[in-house]
Design a protein around this ligand. Sequence first.
Ligand code: PMV
Length: 322
Amino acid sequence: MRATAIAHPNIALVKYWGKVDLTRNLPAVGSISITLDTLATTTRVDFDSGADSDQLFLDGDRASAERTSRVRVCLDLFRRFRPDLPAAVVESENSFPTAAGLASSASGFAALVTAVNAALESPLGADRLVEIARRCSGSSPRSLCGGFVELALVGDSTTVRSILDRRDWPLDVVIAVTSKAAKTVGSTDGMELTRTTSPFYHAWVTRSPGDLEAARTAIAAGDFEALAAVAEASCLAMHAAAMAARPGLVYWNGATVEGLHRVRELRGGGTPVFFTIDAGPQLKAVCEPGATDRVAAALAEIPGVVEVIRCGLGDGAMVVEA
Ligand code: PMV
């Protein structure tokens, strides 16, 4: 009972921010994302180690009690179907900084559920895996699929599917890393603070279906300008709602702000590029492949940008050889 899986982070173009049910981790809004290549989480699960309790090693070191307990919660969701499941040793490696707004929880839990299911010889279907992954991290089911992905609310559950293959619109993503520190307010705390105190939260939730529809239409048509408009609007609306919380949540630093202005200048000059930002200070610039060199060079020049990472669009989570 051992298996290894690999999953890539995903970046939301229409954001998820807010939960209707904390226990089931049910999102208040649907979301649309792109799955990346280049960055990856590789996770090995071993139920045959004879360990007394579930253990997590992250990038070779014993993980914190908090991270270990999140993995245990995930394993316990599988134990509802397999109560006899022994303690697991989980070894996970990220090819990028953990918890700094590069969606490590998304790729981490997508890789974990895929590896656990493979170790158990795939007893659970896609719907159950989506449910387990979502309970662990709301954005992680999107990393189960490749290319352009929609997470939709269906009743009190969620579904996830690829809405366009990555080969049908091969966009690039340039990530301007502006800090390698772990974020100070995690996404669950940030969402709850926004939901309970921001006067803009209701407006944010109300406009989400329109943004999802606009993004679906833009993706189906391969309309870059339309996708740029809705993705930047969704990102700024999410951050505006968070900034209006009490106390206000500001995930950006100076380089993040410089970066978004630079991206808009480039687009104003005819370069097909737009930005998005998650619950951290990194700026993600999505562009047509012919513009990637120009975008990467422009972002690398910004004071405070410590690293520039280039990605294309990637595949969904998959089982790999151990
Ligand atoms: O899945 P979580 O709990 O890490 O939340 C993700 C929240 C954002 O990255 C800011 C938006 C999104 O849709 O990915």
